[in-house]
Design a protein. Sequence first.
Length: 254
Amino acid sequence: MQLATWNVNSLNVRLPQVLAWLSAHPVDVLALQELKLTDDKFPVQAFTDAGYHAQWFGQKTYNGVALLSKAPAEDVIRNIPGLDDGQARVLCATIDGVRVIGAYFPNGQEPGSDKFAYKMRWLDALREWVRAEMAVHTQLVLMGDYNITFDDADVWDPVGLRETIHCTTEERTHLQGLIGLGLHDAHRLFEHPPKTFSWWDYRMLGFQKNRGLRIDHILVSDALKARTTACEIDRAPRKNPQPSDHAPVVLTLA
């Protein structure tokens, strides 16, 4: 079984790229972030024709998430239960016995801002909800654009970017809080070259110079860790004309 996550930074713009990638990489589940379209604009027929069931949760101009799966999705949840949030950020479903949470974490803008405070509240609520989900579902994966790096190894310039957004102590403490629930960073279960990133700025030749961050993560429960055989970042779509600034991350389970 293969599961993947990809922030496509506008599904309107990148639907052909997503369909082409799925044709070449027919994963069992794909979590998408930053659809940037309303529910009525979601291209459900295109994914049906490609052999995928689709669940989506859209929002005009911003945010928006989807889960594409070969098997039907069951027990679907949109957004974090109990959190008053007008932003479309979370889709959760059980697919082939695996509890899949696809999420677009808040960016946070900058430390000390209102958006950063929102991010901290959102992360608090996420952790408690994931804790409850893990008590019911032993096979659980939490994947998406986290907008947080784990540590300096996930940053192209750890000195220059220290304590800036995505790299603050507060954000990383929240990320470790998810690890503390019993989740594991699937990517780091395996050896990868230094400076392996999943996002690169469009500006100043960020991708060409590999000035990136690893902010797209797949966390797995103990039961899925035992099944994990690979976790790779696919840089190829970042070379497309008009690419997303993020690359897909792919998890392989035995």
